[in-house]
Ligand binder design. Structure first.
Ligand code: COA
Length: 309
């Protein structure tokens, strides 16, 4: 049996921090409203998707102790590429000196979990090591006059190196889904800014997070009580709380970084995963549930047994 496990991780955030107080100067809002309704206190804005992805990817390679020549594939989850053509993965591949295939994957905020599941599949099909990155510069899409959305979205990147292992590996169960009926709830037309029906997205998000999480746990043969740590998509603290409640997993097991990062779409799950690892919240043998949702409406979940060979 051939599986894969995560052997390195890294993150990148633009230097420029935008606080809720900064937003008060731009739109009719308040720090109190934003914190109460979303949990967000500040976000990082700036840079390019390739630049942030490169920084996070380089750190993940260093942590894994892997030379760029040891990577067989780069999957870059992003919904905010630097150009329409080519894929931003091409720029990242060049920057990092990788000698392998590289492609962008767009599943909106579910993108990193989609990419991790795809990466594990490629390893089952014969590859040795894969660099998986989630990176976004959502500032490209922000309408700074729309208080409904400009308070939410931000920039950042997170990366993971996964490596082949003889044995089942870390991925115990997964679920990917998409429901195009909700396309109009959150979209960006080419050259335009983000449009969002916030309440509708909120309602659906809670439902699909539960559905995806339960499906992945079922495939893994695990109960909610078996989950040690939840790495949810960082969109809104109230969505995370409601999803945990519905999943039957105590909120204390959820990793939250959105207070400092805002919603960084495909970068949010790897940013939270890296924080959990760097602060010792994940130990060998822990069952870790990654779960996200996003435009599309996409959703994805994966259960990883940390350190499994
Ligand atoms: N500051 C102050 N008031 C604001 C505001 C802001 N930034 N944004 C909206 N409001 C106002 C609204 O205009 C509305 O006023 P009204 O009652 O006079 O019309 C009031 O606050 C309540 O708006 P509502 O949309 O019901 O608020 P909410 O509690 O649903 O919170 C969101 C709005 C967007 C934070 C919330 O719906 C949400 O997070 N949705 C999911 C969005 C998401 O996750 N998108 C990314 C998916 S990957």
């Amino acid at each position: 049996m051939t599986g894969a496990r995560t052997i390195g991780w890294g993150t990148a955030l633009p230097e420029n921090i935008m606080t809720n107080a900064d937003l008060e100067k731009i739109v009719d809002t308040s720090d109190e409203w934003i914190v109460e309704r979303t949990g967000i206190r500040q976000r990082h804005i700036g840079g390019t998707t390739a630049g942030l992805a490169t920084e996070a990817g380089r750190k993940a390679l260093e942590k894994a102790g892997v030379d760029p020549s040891g990577i067989d594939l780069l999957i870059l989850a992003t919904t905010s590429p630097d150009r329409d053509i080519p894929a931003t993965a091409s720029t990242v591949q060049k920057n990092l000196g990788l000698e392998c295939g590289a492609f962008d994957l767009n599943a909106a905020c579910s993108g990193f979990v989609y990419a991790m599941v795809a990466g594990h599949g490629f390893i089952r099909s014969g590859l040795e090591r894969i660099l998986v990155i989630g990176a976004e510069t959502l500032h490209q899409y922000i309408d700074w006059e729309d208080r409904n959305t400009c308070i939410l979205f931000a920039d950042g990147a997170g990366a993971a190196v996964i490596e082949r292992t003889e044995g089942e590996g870390e991925l115990l169960g997964w679920s990917l889904s998409s429901d195009g009926d909700y396309e109009e709830a959150l979209y960006v037309d080419r050259g335009d800014k983000v449009k969002m029906a916030g309440r509708e997205v909120f309602r659906q998000a809670v439902l699909v997070m539960e559905r995806a999480g339960r499906a992945a746990m079922k495939q893994a043969g695990l109960e909610p009580s078996d989950i040690s740590v939840v790495i949810p998509h960082q969109a809104n603290i109230r969505i995370i709380e409601a999803s945990c409640r519905r999943l039957g997993i105590p909120m204390e097991k959820a990793i939250v970084v959105l207070d400092r990062t805002g919603n960084t779409s495909a970068a949010s799950v790897p940013l939270a995963l890296a924080e959990a690892l760097d602060t010792g919240r994940i130990s060998e043998g822990d069952n870790v549930l990654l779960v996200g949702f996003g435009a599309g409406m996409s959703s994805a979940a994966a259960v990883l047994r940390w350190g499994a060979r």
